[in-house]
Design a protein around this ligand. Structure first.
Ligand code: NAP
Length: 495
């Protein structure tokens, strides 16, 4: 299939999708999997099979660890400046190819092209940021309080890293891990999600062109992630697991990693509250909510999942917000005017149907949307629900779709208690003109990231991550992201 098939994009490279399904990328070579299996890639807008990628087996996983181990010594000894320049080249190539990568993301993930373009820009920034960080890794030196002993702390690359990523940001979730790992001097094995492997392979070709040596980045797709990842983690040379995905799979992987006491970074699910106080600028809050709810059609871990609006402005807010939601254009992600693409799979769409039906059965009203769209593709329309009962399933599960449930609240204390009544703690949004109140509420809401009078938190220069069952560790930020891929070595000496 040709990338130009969906709609006319005169300025993009007319290459074939088969270029991204050449094989597993192991040890700098494109190779078939040891078994015969293939994983089909589906366009969620049409339900058509657009490509098939190799299905890695245990033998392929062993080959990937071997390749990462062979490259480890020379990569960790590569001068930081050289590593930095290679990462910088990855950034430049990603920017050069951004339109093509964005269209590939749109095609296999379904997200609107404007969201895909935003993702590519964000994903590329991890290379630029970590190119800058690679040459700023320093140690510590001090005198022990009792005197005599000098304390030297050296930060060293942690070792071979296994990186597992989800389908909702196929480029950014990979570069958010690969860039700091490489900056720290580690070699990696990436297992992308089965729904969106083409972006991961397209980026692998780009790393190769940027000068990343063979074996430093290895990419393998598999339909049996359980046993294949368990086998890689069982190899004692693997010292790091960095996972982004659901809390359920994260728990399974933590147990698996415990067997060899492997360092884990976990970026897991969310259930973000979006709190609007009576004194908020309503238009600004709606603008922020459109981003926090509808970026990626709601398929984001940071997506506003529970929208709390104080009673004084609730009805006016609901009316204005519903008008904005109802006006969004739904369609295939690659179409230039689409604002809300399809869901990733039929299963994801059916989960949304179930959550909406549950809320309605408990008294909620759909003031726009609320029903799956007929025809091919996994389309669910932008939906606003009012009078949602707090005990509805969507109050404690990730909706992961374009459904906005509104809850009315009276007091600050009540909304803080409601916001914290979840096992998750990734992102939260607060709108108030009273900055004192905003900061007070921000300090009491249990979340790793707070957006105060903003609809977007993600920034490669800021530490991204959650508390409670939303995760362990941080990605990005000054030192935080890179520190996840380093180990402190203390040397005691005296002179
Ligand atoms: P998922 O089902 O947990 O899958 C994530 C990745 O784990 C995929 O590559 C998947 O492979 C793999 N996997 C599944 N079972 C595995 C196992 N037993 N062992 C090893 N790997 C396994 O999550 P998803 O549906 O792709 O992504 C959505 C979730 O990710 C949401 O919960 C969202 O909140 C979360 N997320 C979190 C962040 C964050 O930064 N906190 C960012 C984005 C998304 P297959 O595709 O082959 O099944």
């Amino acid at each position: 299939m040709n990338l130009n098939q969906h709609s006319a994009h005169p300025d993009s490279d007319p290459f074939e999708l088969s270029a991204f399904s050449r094989g597993l990328y192991i040890g700098g070579a494109w190779r078939p999997a040891a078994g015969e299996g293939r994983i089909e890639v589906i366009d969620p807008s049409t339900e058509a099979v657009i490509a098939a990628v190799p299905d890695a087996t245990l033998a392929d996983a062993a080959a990937a660890v071997e390749a990462a181990a062979s490259a480890a010594e020379s990569w960790r000894e590569t001068p930081p400046r050289k590593r930095s320049e290679i990462l910088r080249r990855c950034f430049e190539l990603m920017v050069e190819r951004s339109e093509t990568i964005a269209r590939l993301i749109s095609l296999e993930n379904g997200k609107a092209l404007r969201d895909a373009r935003g993702e590519v820009a964000y994903a590329a920034e991890f290379f630029r940021w970590n190119a800058e960080e690679a040459v700023r890794i320093s140690g510590e030196f001090g005198l022990a309080p009792a005197g005599g002993n000098r304390i030297v702390v050296d930060y060293q690359p942690i070792g071979i890293c296994v990186l597992i990523t989800p389908w909702n940001f196929p480029a950014a979730m990979a570069t958010r891990k690969i860039a700091p790992a490489l900056a720290a001097g580690c070699t990696v094995i990436l297992k992308p999600a089965s729904e969106t492997p083409l972006t991961a392979y397209a980026l692998a070709a780009l790393y190769e062109e940027a000068g990343v040596p063979p074996g430093v980045v290895n990419v393998m797709t598999t339909s049996t992630p359980g046993p294949v990842i368990a086998a890689t983690l069982a190899d004692p040379r693997v010292r790091k697991l960095s996972f982004t995905g659901s809390t359920g799979v994260g728990r399974t992987l933590l147990a698996e990693a415990a067997k060899n006491v492997i360092s884990c970074s976990m970026e897991l699910g969310g259930n973000a509250p979006f709190i609007v106080f009576d004194d908020a600028d309503i238009d600004a809050a709606i603008e922020g909510l459109m981003v926090a709810k509808m970026r990626n059609a709601g398929e984001a871990c940071t997506a506003a999942n529970r929208i709390y609006v104080q009673s004084g402005i609730h009805d006016a807010f609901a009316e204005k917000f519903t008008r904005r939601m109802a006006a969004l254009r739904v369609g295939p992600g690659v179409d230039l005017d689409t604002e809300c693409g399809p869901m990733i799979t039929r299963r994801a769409m059916e989960k949304i149907e179930r959550l909406v039906a549950d809320a309605i059965s408990r008294g909620a009203r759909a003031v726009c949307g609320g029903r799956t769209l007929a025809g091919r593709g996994f389309f669910y329309p932008p939906t606003v629900l009012v009078d949602v009962a707090p005990a509805s399933d969507m109050g404690c599960e990730e909706i992961f779709g374009p459904v906005a449930p509104l809850y009315r609240f009276e007091s600050e204390a009540e909304v803080i208690a409601a916001a914290n009544d979840t096992e998750y703690g990734l992102a939260a949004y607060i709108y108030s003109r009273d900055i004192g109140r905003g900061m007070r509420v921000a300090s009491k809401v249990e979340a790793g990231m707070i957006a105060l009078n903003r609809g977007l938190v993600s920034d490669p220069a800021a530490p991204f991550g959650g508390v409670k069952q939303s995760g362990l560790g941080r990605e990005g930020g000054q030192h935080h992201g890179i520190a996840e891929f380093m180990e402190a070595k203390y040397i005691a000496t005296s002179f």
